[in-house]
Design a protein around this ligand. Structure first.
Ligand code: UDX
Length: 450
């Protein structure tokens, strides 16, 4: 079967988390016929009615529109997926293993075990999940041996680089597309990818075809680089604090150098979420297995610098209150970053938890992540608004840079707090605005602005 036969590709997307649900809706937006597949029945029935199990700007609207247009459906049946689609994307999670640095790839294994045996005609599987290098080659041979289609079932790796909060734009206007294909693989893998992404390729999106290992490594290296950039500026922020300099101005000045760039040089509470922290650890673990551990020892320091931000924030709060025991701390922000309700490894929630363990009365408010936070940390105090959270606070901590917090009015907040002290964990406030309004302002690496 020639792939050119279908301008509209019939696609399944297995896994409907942040990555898969976005990919499914966006592939439908590109004109394809898409079936989203998940083993979680409850999730599938929510999605069928156009309800998102998580918050991502614009995704619920796009999903509803695509369902309405008859381009997007959901199912929990692998047999249905195999019958429906010619191209299967796999977008399941690869979290950190409990008690280890390595990635847990069991969800991928079980997708292959369920999907490959029911694929009976020539088809292509494209993996999107972030995986330890070598995983794709293993999955490919397993899929081919399990499927009645044998080597007519091909598997390539097409890593995803989307950011939460910008997921639709990142999928429909990616910086690049990467496709890993096995040595001697059937050319249908590349042909299928070209068909699926035809629109994007026409618009000039760079398309790099590599071997499987390079594709897998590209993704994890990109995340390791981003994590390194953040920890670099956070390390410099520590020096700025010691030297009485301002890291925000420094980052602006550094960022004008096009070799460096300003993106990902925001010093603050550091990185969290479902990707960067676990990816650098999985990368170290995999390099160790390959005998290249030494090459990545610097990532241990990247991780250390990042985790130190959280304890440093707790220390700063303690200094502001005198003692944490019995003090009231307002925590503004719980999501790991703005425009998301994701609290996986959230620096903000981690700090809130540490403060409570040290005896502070903590009150957390986040515009979108309240429900997820309550599930993860049911014992923390939660408030329905910024003003409620700040009631009688001895110190206010801004830990996620939501616009709602960037635009706070120091005068209206002054009316409810016990002490006018604010710590800007994301360097997202204007120090002068707050100090002029009689507040004691502290940021990360902003000694010069105190
Ligand atoms: C990341 C990668 O950016 C994306 O390409 C990949 O596909 C998945 O992992 P994501 O986890 O959605 O995406 O978030 P990202 O925007 O990268 O932010 C990660 C963390 O770094 C957040 O906690 C954010 O607050 C923090 N961050 C980011 C900083 O502390 N400083 C910065 O300058 C940028």
């Amino acid at each position: 079967m020639g792939w050119k036969e279908f301008g509209r590709v019939k696609i399944s997307v297995v896994g409907t988390g942040y990555l898969g649900a976005t990919h499914a809706a966006c592939m439908a937006r590109l004109g394809h016929d898409v079936l989203g597949v998940d083993v979680d029945e409850a999730k599938v029935s929510k999605l069928r009615s156009g309800e998102m199990p998580f918050y991502e700007p614009g995704l619920e609207e796009l999903t509803r529109e695509m369902i309405g247009a008859g381009k997007l459906q959901f199912s929990s049946s692998f047999a249905e997926a195999a019958e429906f689609a010619d191209v299967h994307f796999i977008a399941v999670g690869t979290p950190q293993r409990r008690g280890e640095f390595a990635a847990d790839t069991s969800a991928l294994d079980s997708v292959i075990a369920s999907l490959a045996p029911v694929i009976t005609r020539p088809s292509v599987i494209l993996g999107k999940s972030t995986v330890p290098v070598g995983t794709a080659a293993d999955l490919r041979s397993r899929a081919q041996s399990l499927s009645p289609a044998g080597d007519q079932l091909e598997l390539g790796w097409n890593p995803e680089f989307l950011r939460e909060g910008h997921a639709i734009k990142d999928t429909l206007e990616p910086d690049r597309l990467v496709l890993g294909v096995a040595d001697g693989a059937d050319p249908r893998v590349e042909a299928a990818a070209r068909e699926v992404y035809g629109d994007l390729l026409e618009r000039g999106v760079p398309f790099l075809v590599t071997d499987l290992a390079t594709a897998e490594l590209t993704k994890i290296s990109a995340n390791a680089f981003l994590a390194t950039k953040i920890s670099f500026i956070n390390a410099i922020a520590e020096v700025c604090d010691a030297a009485g300099a301002d890291v925000v101005t420094l980052a602006d000045a550094m960022g004008y150098d096009t070799r460096i760039g300003r993106a990902f040089l925001n010093a603050g509470l550091g990185f969290g979420g479902g990707c960067l922290p676990k990816d650098i650890r999985a990368f170290m673990a995999r390099a160790g297995e390959l005998g290249a551990a030494q090459a990545l020892t610097f990532l241990r320091e990247v991780d250390n610098i990042n985790m130190r931000r959280r304890t440093q924030m707790v220390e700063m709060a303690k200094q502001s209150c005198g003692t944490l025991l019995g003090s009231r701390v307002a925590v503004l922000g719980a999501a790991f970053k703005p425009n998301s309700d994701d609290v996986r490894d959230s620096p903000a929630l981690n700090v809130a938890g540490q403060l409570q363990l040290r005896g502070a009365a903590v009150s957390v408010y986040d515009p979108k992540a309240m429900e997820n936070s309550r599930m993860l940390f049911p014992t923390l105090g939660y408030s329905a608004s910024v003003l409620d959270a700040c009631e009688n606070a001895d110190v206010v901590l801004v830990l996620t840079e939501w616009d709602e917090f960037r635009n706070l009015d120091p005068d209206s907040l002054a009316g409810v707090v016990r002490q006018r002290q604010i710590i800007d964990g994301r360097n997202c406030l204007d120090p002068a605005t707050w100090t002029d309004a009689g507040w004691k302002y502290r940021g990360f690496g902003r000694a010069a602005s105190r």
